[in-house]
Design a protein around this ligand. Structure first.
Ligand code: NI
Length: 259
C-alpha cells in the first residue's frame, strides 16, 4: 500500500468528482494521504477533508507565493489548528523566487518562512518545505534557525544531488513525484539514484505534475505507481521495495513523533 505524502485535493480541479475519486483510493492501493494546504482557504479545506476521511491527514501552512494571506487572525488560526489530532505537519512553507524577483517580497517570504518553521517547532510538528529558485537562501535560513532540530521534507525536490545530500545530512527527507518520469529530468533521476532510499518520500503534488504516460493531464494519487516504478528502475530494485520503504519513511516522519 502506498503512502501519498503531498496532495491538494482541496483544489477546484477536483470539485466535479472529489468524493468519487477519494472513495476509490483504498481499492487502488493508496492507503494514506497527506493533504497539504498552500493558502489560508486551502488550509481550512484541508482540515475539513481530514475530518471527513479517516485515511486523509492534514498539513496546514501558507505557501511563499500566498504570504499576503498571513495576518494576526490567520496566524492565530494556524496556531490553534496545529494542535488538532489529524493535523500532522506545517506546510507547505518555504521560498519561491521564480515569480517574485523583488527584494522586498523575497524578504517578506523569508520572514514568514521562519515564522512558520518556528510554529512547527512549538507545535512539535514536521514541516513540508517548498523551495523553487531559492536554493541558497533556503539552506542558509534553515542553517541559521537550526532547522536540523525540526523534522521535515523538501517537497518536489528540484535541486542538485549535492544539495539533496546537504538536506539529508540535516535529517530531511526528499519528496519525489511525477517529474522523475520525465525524459529530460536528468538532475532528479540522479537524485533518485543516489539519496538513501530511507530518505525518499513518494508524492504527487496533484492536481499538478502528472507522471508519464499521463504528463499534462490532471494528476491524482492513483498515478503514484508510475513514480514508484521509475525510482525502482533507476535504483535497480523492485517497485514493491520502493513502495514499502517510502511508506515506512512517511510514517516515521508524520506519525513518529508526538502523535
Ligand atoms: Ni504542493
Amino acid at each position: 500500500m502506498i503512502f501519498e505524502s503531498h496532495a491538494h485535493y482541496d483544489d477546484k480541479q477536483f470539485d466535479s468528482d472529489r468524493e468519487q475519486l477519494l472513495s476509490s483510493m483504498k481499492e487502488n492501493g493508496i492507503e494514506t494521504i497527506i493533504n497539504v494546504g498552500s493558502d489560508f482557504r486551502g488550509s481550512k479545506d484541508t482540515v475539513e477533508l481530514a475530518k471527513k476521511y479517516d485515511f486523509i491527514y492534514g498539513a496546514i501552512g501558507i505557501h511563499p507565493s500566498d504570504i499576503s494571506d498571513l495576518n494576526q487572525e490567520t496566524c492565530q488560526w494556524l496556531e490553534e489548528n496545529a494542535a488538532l489530532e489529524k493535523v500532522v505537519a506545517i506546510g507547505e512553507i518555504g521560498l519561491d523566487y521564480y515569480w517574485d524577483k523583488e527584494e522586498e517580497v523575497q524578504k517578506a517570504q523569508r520572514y514568514w518562512f521562519e515564522w512558520q518553521m518556528k510554529l512547527a517547532e512549538k507545535a512539535n510538528l514536521p514541516v513540508i518545505i517548498h523551495s523553487r529558485d531559492a536554493a541558497e537562501d533556503t539552506l542558509k535560513l534553515m542553517k541559521e534557525i537550526h532547522a536540523e532540530q525540526i523534522p521535515g521534507v523538501i517537497h518536489c525536490f528540484s535541486y542538485s544531488r549535492e544539495m539533496a545530500e546537504e538536506y539529508v545530512k540535516m535529517g530531511y527527507y526528499i519528496g519525489i513525484g511525477g517529474v522523475v518520469t520525465f525524459k529530460n529530468a536528468k538532475k532528479l533521476k540522479e537524485v533518485a539514484a543516489n539519496v538513501p532510499l530511507e530518505r525518499i518520500l513518494l508524492e504527487t503534488d496533484c492536481p499538478y505534475l502528472a507522471p508519464e504516460p499521463h504528463r499534462g493531464s490532471r494528476n491524482s494519487s492513483l498515478n503514484l505507481p508510475y513514480v514508484a516504478a521509475e525510482i525502482a528502475r533507476i535504483r535497480e530494485i523492485t517497485p514493491e521495495e520502493v513502495i514499502e520503504v517510502t511508506k515506512r519513511n512517511a510514517e516515521r516522519l508524520f506519525f513518529g513523533s508526538v502523535k
